[in-house]
Design a protein. Structure first.
Ligand SMILES: Nc1nc2c(ncn2[C@@H]2O[C@H](COP(=O)(O)OP(=O)(O)OP(=O)(O)O)[C@@H](O)[C@H]2O)c(=O)[nH]1
Ligand SMILES: [Mg+2]
Length: 297
């Protein structure tokens, strides 16, 4: 019997949703970073087994961003839980608070099984964990509580087991050699953004977006040009860095990773552009891959 289904992975920013999905799928489907609000789109991570296909939906961390971009992120997450076969709420073991409890509670009347997964146990103590687990036990409607480390790949087989218990019989929804729904162009933009998140500090990472302006696949080389969109001249200066050092660092690191992904040489040219209101302008947002119309019925 072949089982298949969709599983939405939701939770606060930075709890490790993308890290978990990458670990489960065994491929880098989504970028991750130590900074909150890394994921901006709904991204599918497809785990193909002998007799199952699990399709995980990575989602932006839930928070109350007031911009048009914030609205897009919120809708991405909300829409991800529609029509799925299971919902997995991820918590950071060391940072569980009322927001998490309220989130769990909001799924009390869910028509599909709800799992609560406590992540990052590798950096949490049992003294901290016990009161959390005791409190979680009050939520009788939750199908199972699981304690894992996505980063150390600890207890992930428990997630697989728990899901196989509830997934219905069904077909493979995607070709079994496919592990995401996103194309190379999207992945390239995300990798550039990941490196920017990694190397840039403070508020700047959240104020940038990547626009791939050229993506030409030749036989021996892929030619990629991309704009790093930011919100002010001051940010632009910081992203470029002294004598272009920062931009070079982001570019080199991104190029190396894109080359591995495409298994080809890559020529990557980055430009920095200021568009003060990109987070508020619906058309600009749409051009950058954050199209609010996706959610219109
Ligand atoms: N120590 C430890 N760190 C983890 C674990 N899982 C994730 N992390 C780290 O937590 C940070 C956030 O991980 P992400 O996977 O980007 O978190 P996310 O929930 O997808 O975040 P958003 O996309 O912003 O909502 C990264 O620095 C990860 O390396 C874990 O099990 N243990
Ligand atoms: Mg993420």
């Amino acid at each position: 019997m072949f089982r298949s289904g969709f599983i939405a992975v939701i939770g606060k920013p930075n709890v490790g949703k993308s890290t978990l999905i990458n670990a489960l799928v065994g491929e880098k489907v989504a970028i991750t970073s130590p900074k909150p609000q890394t994921t901006r789109n709904k991204i599918l991570g497809i785990k193909n087994g002998q007799d199952y296909q699990m399709v995980f939906l990575d989602t932006p961390g839930i928070h109350n961003g007031k911009s048009k971009l914030g609205e897009y992120l919120k809708k991405s997450t909300e829409s991800a839980t529609n029509g799925v076969d299971a919902i997995m709420i991820l918590l950071d073991a060391g940072k569980v608070n009322t927001f998490d409890f309220d989130l769990i509670k909001s799924y009390e009347n869910s028509s599909v099984p709800v799992f609560v997964v406590v992540n990052k146990v590798d950096i949490s103590s049992y003294e901290k964990l016990y009161p959390v687990l005791a409190k979680l036990n009050e939520y009788q409607f939750v199908k199972e509580f699981l304690v894992i480390s996505a980063l150390k790949k600890r207890n992930l087989q428990e997630i697989e087991r728990a899901l196989l218990n509830i997934l219905p019989e069904g077909p493979a929804y995607f070709p079994t050699d496919q592990y995401t729904d996103k194309n190379l162009r999207f992945m390239a933009a995300e990798i550039i953004r990941e490196k920017a998140l990694l190397f840039l500090q403070e508020e700047i990472p959240h104020g940038i977006a990547i626009d791939i302006t050229t993506f030409k696949e030749g036989k021996n080389l892929i030619d990629i040009k991309a704009d790093i969109i930011c919100e002010s001249d001051r940010h632009k200066q910081i992203i470029i860095g002294k004598n272009g050092a920062m931009l070079k660092k982001i570019g080199t690191s991104a190029r190396e990773e894109i080359e591995k992904l495409v298994d080809n040489k890559v020529l990557l040219e980055l430009f920095v552009k200021v568009r003060e209101d990109w987070k508020e302008n619906k058309n600009t947002l749409s051009d950058l891959g954050y199209n609010l119309k996706e959610f219109d019925d």
